[in-house]
Design a protein around this ligand. Sequence first.
Ligand SMILES: *Cc1c(COP(=O)(O)O)cnc(C)c1O
Ligand SMILES: [Zn+2]
Length: 426
Amino acid sequence: MAGFTGYRCSICGQEFGPDDAQYTCPRDGGNLDVILDYSRIRRGISPGDLRRSPDTSIWRYLPLLPVQDPGHYRTPLRAVGWTPLFDVQPIAGRLRLEKLWLKDDGRNPTASFKDRASAVTVARAQEIGAEVIVTASTGNAGAALAGMAGAAKMPAVILAPKTAPPAKIAQILIFGARVVLVEGTYDDAFDLTIQAAEQFGWYCRNTGFNPFTAEGKKTAAFEICEQLSIASGEKSSAKERWLTPDAVFVSVGDGNIISGLHKGFKDLLELGWIDRIPRLYGIQSEGSAAIYNAFKAGSEDIQPVSANTLADSISVDLPRDGLRALRAATETGGAYVAVPDSAILGAIAELGRDTAVFAEPAGAAAYAGLLTAVEKNLLTEGDRVVVLNTGNGLKDVARAMDAAGEPLVIEPTLEALQSALNAELK
Ligand SMILES: *Cc1c(COP(=O)(O)O)cnc(C)c1O
Ligand SMILES: [Zn+2]
């Protein structure tokens, strides 16, 4: 908090004081980057201090966040982040990569990466004395906000498309938020939410629109670097630098996760805690590929599409953080990759079988993108790569069954079991 000094527009570069802007740039609607006072942060904390922190959540990085400690200890709000970074070396060998890690954000309190953004926006909402917090969502952001606001005892309103997977809607209802389903797309819900927030005086968490969502999401970049350093086994308590992978793969809808990761790595570079930023690869479904299209055209002009993909969490007509998301790849030497829905279903099954991680379609899309990138020779043999799974497979069981196929059903006799197993082995 001590380091939070204002905002900078990602389009026109105009800077605003902490109280002079709330959501996007008043001049051109550009997404706002939070500005931090790095020398002040550097004087207050070091990687060595963090190494000794007993906090295994995003809140271990509080000195690097633009919010105050939200309190609510021993609640799910304090259990967000510090998700495992699995070493999946057998796949690395197959793909001719030096190293491969899978960071499983499906293990967050409400089972998606969105908890990171929702926790930090709830902290912000408390700080500014908001009474109600609202968000548009394809499902996960809503579940995450419902869970985090619930932990903080703050009323939440969620607007989602009617087509959102039932498990996500159930989560929102169970956490006691008010959910309203719209006959329309996520994009329709997004615009309606902004109007409602203004009309009713609610605080709006909308992804990308609210500058604090990326600040929550950047914590995954911090964790990747700190966890890699710990895993390297060096006596890191004295070390003042963290390790970085060469490349990070993540799926992209609005583009706020990838731009949040980019911000996190930029923060660390500014602090001098890492010495370079990994190449960032954004993965989109071919059916929802607005940013990929711009990347391929070599343009920063992101045109809306009419999204149609089974990966509901990345089904977006007009990405709300598109420019920063595009630059996350172009400025780091990464790329955008588009994958068909069939490859996403295949990736759910392969990840489950090979790593014992159960991903929802949008989560598995990142892995499908890695496979495509390897095929297209976008990576080199010595690369050390992190793939992010952004959502748990239990979020969308119907798609998981599409990926896995139907189980056998038999009469309860040994004979039937024997012949079923024999048939299965053939
Ligand atoms: C929201 C979400 C994404 C995409 O994040 P954006 O910030 O919209 O790009 C990817 N995977 C899952 C599971 C999500 O919920
Ligand atoms: Zn601007």
